[in-house]
Ligand binder design. Structure first.
Ligand SMILES: NC(=O)c1ccc[n+]([C@@H]2O[C@H](COP(=O)([O-])OP(=O)(O)OC[C@H]3O[C@@H](n4cnc5c(N)ncnc54)[C@H](OP(=O)(O)O)[C@@H]3O)[C@@H](O)[C@H]2O)c1
Length: 342
């Protein structure tokens, strides 16, 4: 299987190459692409590979192409690749909401993959983490309403986001003049910034709309009420989310805890807390601090209480499970089903 990674020098692309190697995916040849040539710039299986400039011509002859190069690269090259029968796994937002295009998180809706599908957008990183955590609740008790406040890492804005946070932190520590923010709307060090993406006419940010729309699609619940406040925080990697759910049917913390523990892709913490630094570099979504809102009112033991309102905290490495690992898992699913030959 000949594989290309477009954007292999970026935060997500570099992680895709790493995850392909870690999971021993049967790649015969891997070719990294970016916006310009670089010699020996990507490491794969002990070799240093040259990075090539992406172009229609250069992207011929691959069985699978991963995109981690932003909307421009995906929109420019994916249509031609699909016409030639190539499998495209795309981390950009370009095709996610297209009718008939599946938006796959293997632990959530892996059964939506069909043999004829060739285009696989990878959903928004915050939405992937959220839906992985919501899937067991949906299956146990149904969902009618989800409210989320996010705490999103700087690397969610790519390498440039990480560099801006580091420069800002350095200036604060050394007393040098703080650089003007360009990636984030305000300086991020020692701050929280309640804007991720541009605001629409109703005041919702781009990230908030993506999380709402893509979560409804992935969960197969187009009518689900989802309200999001997306916030950037001075964390390097891993997004956290405070989630408040209303279920269709009564359930309990005990029942939900068992469902989380039985769910692939989730590490459930019955006690204590979990933070972004705890989960950086992992491929699972961590769920903690499960509690029943009703139990607070009734002042009784949490796990014994039935109700329809619950709160929880979830955290995931958005470069891995929120992007690269999910992309590679999609390829593994296609291999497993025999829709792509190794
Ligand atoms: N960061 C995250 O947590 C995250 C999570 C989920 C999804 N995503 C999505 O994943 C994609 C990549 O994000 P990122 O954070 O990895 O960005 P990044 O760190 O800025 O990296 C972007 C990569 O794309 C390459 N690139 C840019 N324009 C290109 C073009 N026209 N042709 C070929 N290569 C091009 C860059 O190459 P040069 O180095 O040559 O400029 C670089 O390798 C974006 O669509 C983003 O929305 C990101």
């Amino acid at each position: 299987m000949n594989v290309a990674v477009v954007g292999a020098t970026g935060a997500v692309g570099e992680t895709i190459v790493q995850v392909l190697e870690e999971r021993d995916v049967p790649v015969a040849q891997l070719t990294p692409f970016a916006s310009r040539d670089r010699a020996a710039a990507v490491r794969f299986r002990g070799n240093r590979l040259d990075v090539r400039t992406a172009s229609d011509e250069a992207l011929r002859g691959f069985d699978v192409v991963f995109f981690a190069g932003g909307e421009d690269a995906s929109e420019k090259y994916a249509p031609g690749l699909l016409e030639r029968g190539c499998v495209v796994i795309d981390n950009s937002a370009s095709f996610r909401m297209q009718h008939g295009v599946p938006l796959i998180v293997p632990e959530v809706n892996g059964d939506a993959v069909r043999p004829e599908h060739r285009l696989f957008p990878v959903a928004n990183c915050t939405a992937i983490i959220l839906c992985t955590a919501l899937r067991p609740i949906r299956d146990v008790a149904g969902l009618t309403c989800v409210r989320v406040a996010t705490y999103q890492a700087a690397s969610g804005a790519g390498r440039a986001g990480l560099e801006e946070l580091a420069a800002d932190e350095h200036a604060l520590v050394t007393g040098a003049p703080e650089p003007a923010p360009s990636i984030f709307p305000r300086a991020l060090a020692r701050n929280v910034v309640p804007q991720v993406g541009a605001f629409d006419a109703g005041g919702w940010s781009g990230e908030e709309c993506k999380v709402r729309d893509e979560s409804q699609k992935m969960l197969g619940l187009p009518e689900l009420q989802i309200s999001v406040t997306a916030v950037r925080v001075p964390v390097r990697t891993a997004h956290s989310e405070a989630v408040f759910v209303e279920t269709q049917r009564e359930t309990s913390c005990a029942e939900l805890a068992s469902a989380f523990e039985a769910s692939p892709g989730i590490v459930f913490h019955r006690e204590g807390i979990v933070t972004p630094r705890d989960v950086e570099g992992t491929d699972t979504v961590h769920v903690a601090r499960l509690r029943s809102e009703a139990s607070i009112e009734r002042n009784v033991i949490l796990s014994a209480v039935e109700g329809r309102h619950f709160a929880l905290w979830c955290v995931g490495d958005q470069l891995r499970k929120g992007a690269a690992t999910n992309a590679v898992q999609i390829l593994e699913l296609l291999l497993e089903k025999g829709y792509v030959a190794a």
